[in-house]
Design a protein. Structure first.
Length: 141
């Protein structure tokens, strides 16, 4: 009976190990593409580069989840008067935004303050990172 239980545990352990490797491979590929964008980004961006409407176009990664999940419906509207409105999960939030010398984007709303590090700006694509996720935005022309 012990042998049967041991085989059962080993079988499901190996099965779950194979699934983790598939997820890790997917995460590695997505983070590699973000690092490639990051390596091309060396200059400070201007506020004028951010003004406009941006949509999420890629996968948002969360370090506390075992797999990435898609976000295609988020919309960020940066305005010239440094106000911002964004739609996330069908909820509209407005506030103000500022850009510091070290390419840190700070969004302040009535309920919280969100700090993003701008990782890359290339060909109308903006990559932001915070303490626990990456967001890739595409500019709407």
């Amino acid at each position: 009976m012990r042998e049967l239980i041991a085989l059962f545990i080993i079988f499901f352990g190996l099965l779950s190990f194979g699934q983790e490797n598939q997820i890790s491979k997917s995460n590695r590929e997505n983070f590699k593409s973000i690092q490639e964008l990051d390596s091309t980004f060396q200059n400070r961006i201007n506020e004028e580069d951010l003004i406009g409407v941006w949509f999420t176009t890629a996968v948002t990664h969360s370090k506390y989840r075992s797999n990435p999940y898609p976000r295609f419906k988020d919309k960020y509207s940066f305005k010239k008067d440094f106000s911002i409105s964004f739609v996330k999960n069908k909820k509209i939030t407005s506030g103000t935004w500022s850009l510091s010398d070290n390419n840190t984007l700070t969004i302040t709303t009535s309920s919280r303050k969100i700090v993003y590090q701008i990782r890359a700006v290339k060909d109308g694509t903006l990559t932001l990172s915070s303490s626990n996720n990456y967001i890739t935005l595409k500019k709407n022309n």
